[in-house]
Structure formats: C-alpha cells, structure tokens
Design a binder for this molecule. Structure first.
Ligand code: AMP
Length: 420
C-alpha cells in the first residue's frame, strides 16, 4: 500500500472541522483588520529563497525541497511565506500605490526537518505581510492581530515575547560586541554554533541546543546597543501595544532565525503549553532591508507567521472543542422512486437555505437509513411516503424526542428552520 510521505499529515474526520473553524476565524479577523488575501505559488525560483531567507540560514542550508523542472529551472517548494509575497509585491509593482499593502496568506510550507510532534515537513502557516510603512503603528497592529486571533480561539495565557534588533547601525554595533564576547567562549558551544559564529553570529542566540547555557544567558543584549532612534522607535511600539491591551515581555534572546530582520522581532507562546518543546505558535518581525535586497525600492516591511498545526494540536486537547463533531441537521428518508424525487427536491431546498442535510446515496432500505441517520446524529428526520405525499404532506420526526408531526410540503423549509 502506498503511504503518505514522512513528516506529512492527512487532515480528516472531526479534526478537519477544527481546521475549517480556525480557517474561518483567521479569515474573518484578517478582513476585520482590512488585510487582503494573497495566494502565491507553492514553488518559486530557488534563487528567491537564497537571496531572502539567506544562504547561512538553517532553512536554505539544510531544509529546502529543491528540484529541477523539465525545463531545467531550479525551483524550491516554499519554506515560508514572506519571500513569495514580497516577490509578488515587486513583480506587480504594488509599491507604486500611494498606501501600504496589507496582505494575508494561509497555506502549506515545506521544510526537510526531522519530523516530531509539532514539527512536520509539510505544515500550514497563516500570516501577514505589511509593505510600505515604517510607522510603529504597523508593528503594533501586526503583533496585535496575531495575538487577537489566538485569543479568539481561546488559547489561554498568551504572551508576546518581543525584542528589537535596531537599525543597521545598532545591529552593527551589537554584532561587534557579540563577536567579541563569544570568541573566547566558542569551545563551550555546539558544533553548529561554531559554524554560525563564522556565518551569522546572531543565530547563535536562538540555538536550540545551547539556549540554556551560561554563555548565552550572559551574552550582550541587543536592546543595550540600540541607538537613540531605534530605542525610541521600540518604546513607541511597546506604548501602542499597551493601548491595544497586549501582554508582552521584552525578551532579549528573541532574534529570529532568518537573515532579513531588523528593528522589532517577536514570538508568541501560550505559557500553559510551555512545557512542550514546540510551544512557539508564531513569530515575525520587521524586514526593512529585504525589499531592496530583492531588487525593489528602498521600502519597508513587517510580518508574522503562525503555525496552524500547532494551534490545532492545542485546540484538540481543549474541553471547549471536544464537542465539535461532524453532525447533520436533517436526514431525509425515502424508498420508492417517486419519494426519491421529492427527497432530492427537499434536500436541495434545505441545503440552499443553509440547513446541513443528508439523504441516502446508496439505495439502502428504511432500516439502514434509520441507522445512518443515528450515526450522523441527525436532529430531524424527514420520512417520506407516497400516501402522505399525494396529500401534500411529509412526516418530520425529532430524532431525540421521537415526536412526529405531519407538515405541509410547501412549508417544509420554514418548518425545519423553525424547529432546529
Ligand atoms: P518560522 O517561519 O520558523 O518562524 O515559524 C513560524 C511558526 O510556524 C512556528 O512558530 C510554528 O508554529 C510553525 N512552524 C514552523 N516550522 C514548523 C514545522 N516544521 N512544523 C510545524 N509547524 C512549524
């Protein structure tokens, strides 16, 4: 038997209801904050990720799915959403518009990682990218939107861990101080960190292996190296977050894994789920250099990405969602061909009026149909028989109380809606 590829999941059954629910919450919130849905290709030119995510990142070094197509083009399955959105923004010259562009996406990402709980090779992220503004109001809005989506899903004890890397000057000063500090301590760090020291020392700060080591705990902090402008900017972001009622904690170890970040960087966790290794639900940051890096104008960008699979994992264990079950509202029963024609007609009308309706699709007898209606947990049964139909009537049975009533065929939709 052919099985699914390693690190991938099938979403089916009651769990897929949760996915639909979360997708609905996400798209509703995105629309409320006036974000535009964007769909970019699942694969892009490999060069896009090499230039944006960065050659020295774990993602590009070890995790991308690269392939050549039949036209000998080098392509990569997208490992994250930002690069594709920025590429589209530039290709469609959306920067020529007088205002910011606020995009949101929701789709699968691909990283060749060691699969474990909360870490898949194909996973789903939703996220936003706001392009064209450097105003701190945008930083605060993006963080707040992510927080509010998770709060709307009733994920408890949320906290934003926030930090600032500052502008180019601050970053440079910080990097120098960090290198100076790390150099004599290198032998205490893991092999990957020794390598990162040569390629991108900032990365060492979010190393999963060394994160609790004394060396990293005592490392210089980015916020102590911010120049005046960067410091003021960061303080303004925090002030706006206070107004928006967002719980945050300034956390100097947040530097984010990718090359392109500057100024605000953040991650969001649920403290209640903190004991699990993969407790980070989402994160993001500002990337003012990236647009120019991809041959665009000198512009600004900020975004976040949230992991759907991790969110669903948390929701699955919450009492609140235990009752989400696939359930139909009305099951229509028939036997003869004449009854079947009426069943088809009534089902169509109910469905078009928003009533979740099912009917026999396999030629089962009445007994089998009763069984099926129970399995589907149908609330109401419409039981058709020729005799009643000739008088313009149908039987409706409440499947819980077992009470039956004869209803006028012409009024069946109104009756059902009124009795659900
Ligand atoms: P990143 O793009 O690495 O900053 O990830 C943003 C969020 O996406 C993380 O906080 C996770 O919730 C989720 N995520 C990242 N990588 C994976 C993965 N391999 N499997 C499942 N979720 C992931």
């Amino acid at each position: 038997m052919i099985t699914k590829p390693k690190g991938c999941v099938d979403v089916t059954g009651d769990e897929s209801l949760l996915w639909e629910y979360v997708n609905d919450v996400v798209s509703t919130m995105m629309r409320t904050y006036n974000y535009e849905f964007i769909r970019t290709p699942i694969f892009e030119a490999s060069e896009l990720y090499h230039r944006s995510v960065g050659e020295s990142s774990d993602i590009v070094k070890k995790e991308t799915y690269d392939f050549k197509d039949k036209g000998d083009r080098n392509l990569t399955l997208r490992p994250e959403g930002t690069a594709g959105v920025v590429r589209s923004y530039l290709e469609n010259k959306a920067y020529a518009l007088p205002d910011v562009k606020k995009y949101y996406y929701n789709g699968t990402m691909y990283r060749y990682e060691r699969p474990q709980s909360g870490r898949l090779r194909e996973f789903t992220q939703f996220g936003v990218e706001v392009l064209g503004s450097n105003d701190p109001i945008v930083d605060a809005e993006v963080i707040s939107l992510q927080y509010k989506i998770l709060e709307t899903l009733h994920i408890s004890n949320l906290e934003v861990m926030i930090n600032s890397l500052g502008d180019a000057e601050s970053r440079k000063n910080y990097k120098e101080a960090l290198v100076k500090y790390l150099e004599p301590n290198l032998d205490k760090l893991c092999d990957d960190c020794k390598e990162r020291f040569k390629t991108n020392p900032l990365r060492i700060l979010d190393c999963k292996v060394d994160k609790d080591s004394e060396v990293l705990k005592n490392a210089p902090k980015t916020i102590d190296y911010l120049n005046k402008e960067s410091k003021e900017r960061f303080e303004t972001v925090l002030k706006y977050l206070d107004i928006m009622d967002i719980d945050y904690e300034v956390n100097p170890s947040i530097v984010r894994g990718l090359d392109y970040y500057d100024h605000t960087v953040f991650e969001i966790v649920s403290l209640d789920n903190f004991e699990t290794e993969h407790n980070v639900l989402g994160g993001g940051g500002r990337y003012n250099k990236l647009i120019k890096e991809l041959d665009g104008p000198d512009s600004y960008g900020i975004g976040f990405a949230c992991g759907m699979d991790r969110i669903i994992n948390i929701l699955k264990d919450m009492d609140l969602y235990k009752d989400i079950k696939r359930q139909v509202e009305v099951y229509i029963m028939y036997v003869s061909e004449e009854e079947k024609l009426h069943a088809i007609d009534i089902a169509q009308n109910l469905r078009l009026n928003g009533v979740i309706t099912e009917l026999d699709n396999m030629g089962k007898g009445l007994k089998g149909q009763f069984k099926e209606a129970d399995r589907l947990q149908a609330k109401l049964l419409i039981i058709l028989n020729n005799e009643d139909l000739q008088k313009g009537l149908v039987n409706v049975k409440d499947n819980a109380t077992k009470e039956e009533e004869k209803v006028d065929l012409g009024e069946i939709v109104e009756y059902i809606i009124g009795n659900l």
